[in-house]
Design a binder for this molecule. Structure first.
Ligand SMILES: *[C@@H]1O[C@H](CO)[C@@H](O)[C@H](O)[C@H]1NC(C)=O
Ligand SMILES: *[C@@H]1O[C@H](CO)[C@@H](O)[C@H](O)[C@H]1NC(C)=O
Ligand SMILES: *[C@@H]1O[C@H](CO)[C@@H](O)[C@H](O)[C@H]1NC(C)=O
Ligand SMILES: *[C@@H]1O[C@H](CO)[C@@H](O)[C@H](O)[C@H]1NC(C)=O
Ligand SMILES: *[C@@H]1O[C@H](CO)[C@@H](O)[C@H](O)[C@H]1NC(C)=O
Ligand SMILES: *[C@@H]1O[C@H](CO)[C@@H](O)[C@H](O)[C@H]1NC(C)=O
Length: 455
């Protein structure tokens, strides 16, 4: 199946827009024993995704067409894409996102928390392997980006929680989820790893990094002070108050309010620069005209099965759902701190990869470094922190593309922890460094560790 992209239309019986993307490598979807399965929820709850095999480009005649991308995350693994559940996965720029976003539909308000969407996604995967039991025993992974700092650790945790319950064991997440009464309906899933690129994990730490990044804190990495001195002072003076509110808040409304105060204050210096929040080198928003035109095209929608062939009226497709966005932010989900789940995943045997594109403002490396250096309850934190970053290269040769460190699990039942910084990439790795991203993900999915590689 090398070089091809297949859409498993038979999956339409479980949800209209659920596709299994066949791996492009020889270890294809139909080689169930070895090819990893990846679930890739992406970006903000309302955003489009980029890690997939296609992209929309100008067709040279004033319109748009879909083109295959050479470096896709399914080059060497199969991807399961889900629409119409409360969070899911990605074909390039087709929004497959929480219920109510993309082509999925739900009465507003629908799902507004990552803990609930984890259950929805799990239900979907279970329906999938019921229809296709041959895939149940594959190694699975959750790969994610941006708001994926919430999705990946929590979805991974729910899978592990259910695995423990199904096998009649004590789960590390007894405090997070109750045990469903219909356990006999579910099969264990072999979750082997999660990965998170430029992830939104802990606002309490990341808000301060917004001020630092904008105000000269990344100068040793060649990122100059971007914001004006007065704006920086204004934010610094107020953020401490916001942090106190966040530390003492009780209940989801108070904590959402404390988080939003801190967010508004901390983003101010950078916002005033007018730079792209996902890449400080760019002074305009990303251009999404192509993807918007493409998915609002009636013939495209008919092929996707979103509307009937005879229907000439397309549904309105938007790249961002303001409703879904508001639901997640004002439920307090945005300020839920998910770093605690990394340690539990590692302890339960799942390997964790955290990677950072270095020119991103919003989930910038300053905050993420601090989060990775202080994972709650992580027994091996001191050892991990002592490891130095080494040069990281992919695809043969020895040109460094960044730096990485990996701590191997002590025994079979403990996951590996890797952290990577990628030069010249912003928030969306596969947009800026698709080759490095695809090679990194392939190596990670098969080996659960990284290192300079020759391919
Ligand atoms: C999509 O999701 C909605 C809300 O959960 C559900 O009511 C609807 O039946 C689903 N549509 C299909 C075709 O599965
Ligand atoms: C995500 O959505 C926001 C609007 O909610 C938009 O401003 C932003 O450009 C989107 N980000 C990406 C990476 O597409
Ligand atoms: C899960 O997949 C990994 C990687 O292929 C394999 O080593 C392991 O034995 C599998 N575990 C189970 C329980 O099937
Ligand atoms: C919609 O897509 C079809 C098929 O790609 C194309 O022929 C047509 O020109 C598009 N329509 C518009 C209005 O862009
Ligand atoms: C990390 O680098 C420092 C400074 O070069 C060195 O002293 C230390 O031994 C290194 N640590 C490891 C674990 O290699
Ligand atoms: C790798 O880098 C070293 C030092 O920069 C250089 O001497 C060597 O030729 C390089 N090797 C390859 C295969 O590019």
């Amino acid at each position: 199946m090398r070089g091809t992209v297949s859409f498993g239309t038979s999956l339409a019986s479980i949800a209209p827009l659920s596709w299994a993307l066949v791996s492009r490598s020889q270890e294809a979807f139909h080689a169930p024993s070895s090819s990893p399965r990846v679930v890739t929820p992406d970006l903000c709850p309302d955003n489009t995704t980029y890690a997939g095999p296609c992209e929309v480009v100008e067709d040279g005649r004033g319109g748009w067409e879909m083109r295959t991308r050479e470096w896709s995350f399914n080059n060497d693994a199969s991807i399961l894409m889900i629409d119409n559940v409360s969070a899911s996965t990605g074909m390039s720029k087709l929004t497959i996102q929480p219920r109510g976003a993309g082509f999925s539909y739900a009465e507003f308000p629908a799902v507004d928390s990552v803990f609930d969407s984890a259950r929805d996604t799990y239900q979907f995967i279970q329906s999938f392997i019921k229809l296709f039991p041959e895939y149940a025993s594959n190694p699975w992974a959750v790969n994610s980006l941006s708001y994926g700092g919430h999705y990946a650790p929590v979805y991974g945790s729910y899978i592990q929680h259910m695995n423990a319950k199904i096998l009649g064991k004590l789960s590390l997440w007894e405090d997070t989820w109750s045990t469903p009464s219909d356990l006999e309906r579910y099969s264990p899933l072999n979750l082997t790893s999660i990965s998170v690129g430029n992830g939104w994990i802990n606002g309490r730490v990341q808000y301060r990094s917004w001020v630092d990044f904008a105000c000269g804190g990344a100068e040793d990495r060649g990122i100059p002070q971007l914001a004006q001195e007065g704006d920086c002072r204004w934010a610094q003076d107020r953020l401490t108050g916001g942090e106190k509110l966040m530390d003492s808040c009780e209940g989801s409304v108070a904590c959402a309010a404390a988080g939003q105060y801190s967010s508004t204050v901390a983003s101010f210096p950078y916002t005033m620069t007018g730079l792209n929040p996902y890449d400080y080198r760019i002074s305009s928003p990303y251009d999404e005209r192509g993807v918007i035109a493409y998915f609002n095209n009636a013939s495209v929608q008919a092929v996707l099965g979103v509307i009937g062939k005879s229907s000439d009226k397309p549904l309105s497709w938007e790249a961002h759902s303001a409703r879904v966005w508001h639901a997640y932010v004002y439920s307090g989900d945005w300020d839920v701190q998910t770093d605690v789940f990394f340690e539990r995943l590692l302890r339960s045997g799942v390997s964790v990869l955290k990677y950072e594109g270095m020119v991103d403002f919003i989930c910038n490396y300053l905050g993420v470094r601090e989060i990775m250096a202080k994972l709650p309850n992580y027994e091996r934190q001191a050892t991990f922190n002592k490891l130095n970053l080494s040069d990281w290269a992919v695809g043969g040769g020895n040109k460094s593309c960044g730096a990485y460190k990996c701590l191997a699990g002590r025994h079979e039942r403990e996951g590996n922890l890797c952290y990577v910084e990628i030069e010249g990439a912003g928030h969306v790795l596969s947009l800026d460094k698709p080759r490095e991203g695809s090679l990194m993900i392939s190596q990670w999915l098969h080996k659960h560790t990284l290192g300079s590689q020759k391919l």
